[in-house]
Design a protein around this ligand. Sequence first.
Ligand code: NAP
Length: 400
Amino acid sequence: MRVSTGRANQSDSRMFHVVVEGFGIGQQRQAERVFTVPFSQLQSTIQTIARQGGVITGVFAIDGSSGNGADPTPAPAAETAAAGEAPTPATAPAVTKAPAHATPHAAVPVNTYKPKTPFLGTVTENYSLVGEGAIGRVNHITFDLAGGEPQLEYVEGQSIGIIPEGTDANGKPHKLRLYSIASTRHGDNMAAHTVSLCVRQLEYEQDGETIKGVCSSYLCDIEPGAKVKITGPVGKEMLLPEDEEANVIMLATGTGIAPMRAYLRRMFEPAERDKNGWQFRGKAWLFMGVPKTPNLLYDADFEHYLKEYPDHFRYTKAISREQQNAKGGRMYIQDRVLEHADEIFTLIEDPKTHAYMCGLKGMEPGIDEAMTAAAAAKGLDWSELRPALKKAGRWHVETY
Ligand code: NAP
């Protein structure tokens, strides 16, 4: 969505263009349309459009001021919304469409291998990703997929299923567990037939006993050479945009870094750039939350990308048990988002920007809160904008 409200000004007589897709009846739904509304009616118009199933792809102040990178050119033939009622446009105006942002989903492989007939991958490596003094175990595990008939292929942002060996308490084979893929489609060895995961060994207390996760323990303990039942790939929620000039905001907690590691390799790893024919030129900003410094995952790689691509990569860490937020509590990524909310929001105003969230479900309300404050400062309502971004395919969430 393009969002440009220009200067923050609450007692406002400005007019806005609201660019909408999928709104109206019949052929109208296929056209991109623009409504002109005064600031006082902006929120109610957005609400009305959303209620009636329209997707808002842009909001522009007509005075020509634009947020960073937002399209400063308002549409010429705009439609006017009457106060407090659903806008009733006459004709579809000529408006430059937002740049293509979605990977063609039809081309993405899914369910090449199903639970009843999984692929048998071979473990090629399994090493710890955390340093001394870290909380818990987190490992990077790679499987060889060579020789598959058909070959198991995947793209960045997808997941695979793992079926652990053995049976459950009822004597039945274990069910599969899904893990986000941490490698690019070329695999860590660039040979295009491996897949890597980033796995934390799950541990929790039950009735005074420490229980360890079945599949995560199986994977963290597995030896190279072992055969593992693999299914998938699955998932189209976390795909990268095709646009090489896209901006990508990444919000990760712990092993939620897995897809982000794949994105960042695709963007900045020299061998990847040589091979993938996709030369990222946008801005990538990673927010990473972990409990302690030794829990940072792939940190040396990210620091290296930062050094090599300072104009294209930003890396902001929230180390919850070492740093404090403004209220003196644990520093979570939503606190970092709040610190940078204005900049993030300005980036989000750019139609080329996608945001990805992966990791703990608990971070979602905090991030919404931070975005609500930033949106309000610009006279906008995040509770309306977030679903619009989602519908526009620019707000990607995979949390557990
Ligand atoms: P972790 O290393 O324990 O780190 C999680 C970080 O998030 C810690 O700093 C933690 O802080 C912080 N945190 C806790 N509550 C939070 C909240 N409400 N808001 C924001 N931050 C919060 O993480 P993990 O054990 O790897 O967990 C990652 C999650 O990602 C798991 O739920 C996992 O299922 C999910 N996930 C995994 C994959 C995968 O493929 N492996 C993919 C997607 C999602 P404190 O502990 O200090 O409070």
